[in-house]
Design a protein around this ligand. Structure first.
Ligand code: MRU
Length: 347
């Protein structure tokens, strides 16, 4: 079985979610009980191992897992990696138990590698920030959640802020609440509070006035998929921050492992952006709120209101100051500089 921390219940409760088969994991991914690009890859790999160990059809499970959410490329990278290990071991030994063990070993090594990548991204990201903004005392704005909840280690963008905090160089982490599902308020603020850093929560639409007041030194976000031209898909609301950052001459830095770079997706327009149910916008559905609406939450709009609810948006490369990976910082972000990175290290 696969035991997950159910992120839909945070910060109110730390509750485990037990998945005993791949369909249960697909549902956990769809409901965002488990979420965030690197963690989706790790969970997908464990899902393949789970299917193999339980004697289910591995190819069928892999298709279902890869299709659970379309934007984060790490999910299909993780699933493919465990599936390939399973296939290779089965071809070699003809023994389903050995093949299941190989899938599990692949999932475990992806998990471990993600933790290592996380530590290296944090070091590269902080070095890049320090160089860009000498004098320390960084005031960093982040969006969505990119900490240990999404990673085998301490995460991506959040890990950089955490490294700055540990070195005494974080003045403040500004946390966008991240409507509609409040990953910033529920998850990033939870992680920031646990780490003892100075942080302040703001509504997404307060970011403009924060920039105007000169309170933001850098924006740091994660990514769900980076196209070959350097376009970055991340939680919806990232692109407006990039536009604001450019207007206010503030660096906009994306922190992501190389597994998030997808050379097979040529440009931003080719990235499939997941559309989520409108009820996530027309109703509040957090565990503390009583259930009354047809979508299972508290209605905040008239019944029948249509909602536009893309889960992600795409920031064009010209608005991205740098992409920091475990292999170092890529800046400027162009098809050429990314191709160089990929030639060295893309999966
Ligand atoms: O819909 P979510 O919560 O899975 O979205 C997550 C994000 O957008 C993160 O910023 C992204 O996966 C990068 S996490 C390192």
């Amino acid at each position: 079985m696969l035991v997950l921390l159910d992120q839909t219940r945070l910060p109110a409760e730390e509750v485990e979610l037990v998945c005993t088969d791949a369909p249960a994991l697909v549902e956990a991914i769809r409901s965002l009980a488990v979420r965030g690009a690197p963690l989706l890859g790790i969970a997908g790999a464990y899902g393949v191992a789970l299917a193999a160990t339980r004697g289910f059809d591995v190819a069928e499970a892999a298709v279902a897992l890869k299709g659970a959410r379309p934007t984060a490329v790490n999910l299909s990278v993780g699933v493919r990696r465990a599936e390939a290990a399973h296939q290779a071991a089965l071809a070699k030994t003809g023994d389903p138990a050995a093949a299941a063990a190989a899938a599990l070993a692949a999932a475990r090594s992806l998990h471990r590698e993600d933790a290592e990548a996380s530590a290296r991204m944090a070091a590269h990201g902080l070095a890049f920030l320090d160089e860009l903004l000498p004098g320390g005392g960084h005031r960093i704005l982040t969006h969505c959640n990119s900490g240990s909840l999404v990673s085998g280690g301490e995460g991506t963008a959040f890990a950089v802020a955490l490294a700055a905090h540990r070195e005494g160089r974080l003045r403040r982490l500004w946390v966008d609440e991240t409507r509609p599902l409040l990953q910033g308020a529920r998850l990033t603020a939870y992680e920031a509070a646990r780490s003892g850093m100075a942080y302040t929560l703001l509504t997404d639409n307060a970011a403009g006035s924060l920039f105007a007041a000169g309170e933001v030194d850098a924006v740091l976000i994660g990514a769900d998929r980076i196209a070959a031209d350097g376009s970055v898909a991340n939680k919806v609301g990232s692109y407006p921050l990039a536009v604001l950052a450019r207007y206010h001459h503030v660096p906009f830095i994306v922190v992501a492992p190389v597994t998030t770079v997808d050379p097979g997706t040529p440009d931003g327009a080719s990235i499939e952006v997941e559309q989520r149910p409108g009820s996530e916008v027309t109703e509040l559905s957090v565990p503390q709120v009583p259930v009354t609406g047809p979508g299972g939450g508290l209605p905040v709009a008239p019944l029948g209101t249509q909602a536009y609810n893309p889960a992600f948006d795409v920031t064009p490369p010209e608005l991205v100051t740098a992409i920091v990976t475990e292999e170092g910082a890529v800046s400027p972000v162009t098809a050429e500089t990314l191709a160089e990175l990929c030639a060295r290290s893309c999966p």
